[in-house]
Design a protein around this ligand. Structure first.
Ligand code: SF4
Length: 665
């Protein structure tokens, strides 16, 4: 896409009033929600630095961690495939899925940016497969024959009226703007797809080198469906998506959901280590330009954990939306990796940034996005000059840019000159505008179609600094500096001791209530009776029950029929949780006898039995309990979505009710 074409798309987006109002509502809510979510993580700045270091370590030694991951995964019984580019990856998927089948194969897909990168749906459909996106936002854009407009919220560009009209036309329901009705319609249509799919395709949020497992996070439960129900599961993974071990994973998870969806943790955090019985599991590890990117000045962009926070924070993305970028990866990170992965056609995207730094501030792994964007821009200028055969001194910068930088460097190293220059900066800025790459005025650059140049301040910063504000600033600064002197372990200790003062049981109950779950306190002796009471109040006489957790003869006497098999007609599933997590209100479930993973997924009500002594303070303590499981999942409240206008809707694909029977020992 050349610059002129990009500008045309920009003008089109800005003129689209419907898009503008959808973007204003959606991204604004995400930004505010993110701030609130991070307020519950006092040490988030330190965590961010640690996360940056973890990603840097993995990318630096990528081959070593990939080898370790592949060896462990293979030992776990998962088949690994490596694809150097999109064509190879598509061939592998077709091969596994067994294309050219007598009847068209049905593929249920959960969200995967790698699959978008491959344009996989198109390729599979061309071979006669039927592919259905099952994330609500992805399903909506698939029905509209569009690409996702955001890496986390694919339908960010739409209002509820758009979805109401779409479902009316495509699914034949009466027009409605009622979000629960729209969500419920999608639930019914997609439930059929999950139950009959031949192949499930998912992405991978993180792969864990030490265990050979991988992690998928979703809120709706569609990720669990496509990895649990079909006989074949294919996970698509960018080769950079590794962490070293479970501790690193816990760290990443504490940042990912807060940044992506403003939650402490996603509703379903799955850790998959092995195939389930009667299931084939495959992982396709994709390069597609990543190895090249790793050896380029844009290497840091591979640290990205695809949370989408930089898109929401970016003032340019908030005006344009994702489609204007015409790339699978839009926004600040998209402008870097699109150029890095897909080549020079995408280099003009890097101009769509004011370099204000909001993206860097929002990034949970502290990627220096403005620096990356500048590098793409420098690369563009370098390429242009190379093409025109007039490569000059200055790393590809224009001659006016070089003069500007030299002048600035002289001023910046002479305080008196610098003070003087500040007084006349407004004049210099105006005069320099037509000639430099650094100042963007509407008349000369085309930039600013919807932005006014900020008004110049009456006083320079230096004037204000010399005045009464010096004291205020200094005292604040001193306070922050002393804060920063506290060492990281000391800060962690402070956080831990604060946590120790909070009763973990009360914290677990409070957190679960916050995410629309509920706790019923009981003792071991009363447990079965309380569950019978719960069922009888709702007139439920059949349940999917994990063996050996309730008094089954008492249940039979009460007229409750028991099933060990997944059955979509059953309304209640009862399982025993491995443990609970106090600071998120999560419970951990894993595979086991009686199809227990399905019991916590398919019915509309999930009853989980949890021993009070099995509650851990935080995810970092609890995460090691997944070792030895084939597939485990941290469940945090009922299934939910906010894919339509960022409005919360409970009970999408998974249970709409989670009741934890908390057993006092
Ligand atoms: S660059 Fe940072 S903020 Fe942007 S999507 Fe990646 S991890 Fe999130």
């Amino acid at each position: 896409m050349n610059t002129a074409e990009f500008r045309k798309r920009i003008r089109k987006s800005i003129a689209n009033e419907n898009l503008q109002s959808a973007l204003d509502a959606n991204t604004e809510r995400r930004v505010k929600g993110r701030d609130a979510a991070f307020a519950s993580l006092p040490d988030w700045r330190e965590r961010r630095q640690r996360a940056h270091a973890v990603r840097a370590e993995v990318i630096e030694h990528l081959d070593q961690y990939l080898d370790q991951f592949i060896a462990n995964t293979t030992q776990n019984g998962i088949t690994i495939h490596r694809a150097k580019d999109a064509d190879e990856a598509i061939k592998i998927v077709l091969n596994i899925a067994g294309a050219k089948h007598a009847s068209p194969l049905l593929v249920a897909k959960s969200k995967s940016m790698v699959s978008e990168e491959l344009n996989l749906n198109h390729a599979l459909e061309a071979e006669g497969l039927r592919v259905v996106e099952t994330d609500l936002g992805e399903y909506i854009v698939q029905l509209r024959h569009e690409r996702p407009a955001h890496i986390i919220t694919p339908a960010v560009h739409l209002r509820r009226s758009d979805v109401g009209q779409l479902f009316h036309e495509k699914l034949g329901i009466p027009y409605t703007e009622d979000i629960p009705t729209l969500t419920n319609t999608a639930r019914k249509v997609l439930r059929e797809v999950f139950l009959t799919a031949d192949v499930g395709i998912s992405g991978v949020n993180f792969a864990i080198a030490e265990t050979g497992g991988f992690c998928i996070v979703t809120n709706e439960g569609n990720g669990r469906m496509v990895t649990t129900l079909p006989p074949v599961h294919i996970a698509l993974m960018g080769m950079e998506r590794l962490v070293r071990n479970l501790d690193d994973l816990a760290l990443m998870l504490s940042l990912l959901a807060r940044s992506a969806t403003t939650q402490k943790i996603s509703v379903y955090t799955q850790l998959i280590h092995k195939p389930l019985p009667h299931q084939q599991r495959h992982i396709v590890i994709l390069d597609n330009g990543r190895a090249r990117l790793r050896n380029s000045p844009l290497k840091e962009s591979l640290y990205c954990i695809r949370c989408g926070a930089c898109l929401n924070a970016c003032p340019v993305f908030r005006e344009l939306g994702g489609h204007a970028y015409n790339s699978v990866y839009p926004g600040p990170i998209g402008s870097v990796i699109s150029a890095g992965l897909f080549g020079s056609d995408f280099v003009p995207l890097a101009q769509a940034s004011s370099l204000c730094g909001a993206c860097k501030e929002a990034c949970p792994v502290d990627i220096d996005l403005p620096k990356m964007l500048m590098r793409v821009r420098a690369g563009q200028s370098e390429m242009r000059e190379l093409k025109e055969g007039k490569r000059k001194e200055g790393g590809g910068l224009s001659s006016m840019s070089i003069i500007f930088l030299k002048t600035y460097s002289r001023l910046a190293t002479h305080p008196k000159l610098f003070a003087l220059s500040q007084k006349f900066a407004w004049l210099g800025t105006f005069l320099a505008a037509p000639f430099t790459d650094f100042v963007h005025l509407p008349a000369f650059t085309g930039w600013g179609y919807s932005k006014d140049l900020p008004r110049f301040s009456g006083k320079t910063f230096r004037d204000r600094w010399d005045g009464s504000q010096r004291n205020t600033y200094t005292s604040r600064h001193v306070h922050r500096a002393s804060d920063d002197k506290q060492s990281l372990p000391a800060k962690e200790e402070t956080v831990r001791s604060l946590q120790g003062d909070i009763d973990t049981t009360e914290q677990f109950i409070t957190e679960l209530n916050k995410v629309n779950g509920n706790v019923i306190r009981t003792t071991s002796n009363e447990l079965t009776g309380k569950i019978i009471d719960f069922l009888q109040v709702r007139s439920i006489d059949r349940i999917h029950l994990e063996p050996n957790i309730l008094d089954e003869s008492a249940l039979s006497r009460a007229g409750i029929n028991l099933s060990r098999e997944a059955d979509p007609a059953i309304r209640v599933g009862v399982t025993k949780a491995i443990c609970g997590v106090a600071d998120t209100g999560s419970i951990l479930e894993a595979d086991g006898d009686g199809s227990k993973l399905q019991a916590s997924l398919l019915p509309e009500i999930h009853l989980a039995v949890l021993k009070r002594s099995d509650i851990y303070p935080s995810l970092s303590n609890a995460i090691h309990r997944v070792r030895g499981t084939k597939s485990a999942v941290f469940i945090t409240g009922p299934s939910r979505t906010a894919d339509i206008e960022m409005t919360l809707s409970i009970g999408v694909h998974g249970p709409g009710e989670v009741q934890v029977f908390l057993v006092d020992d």
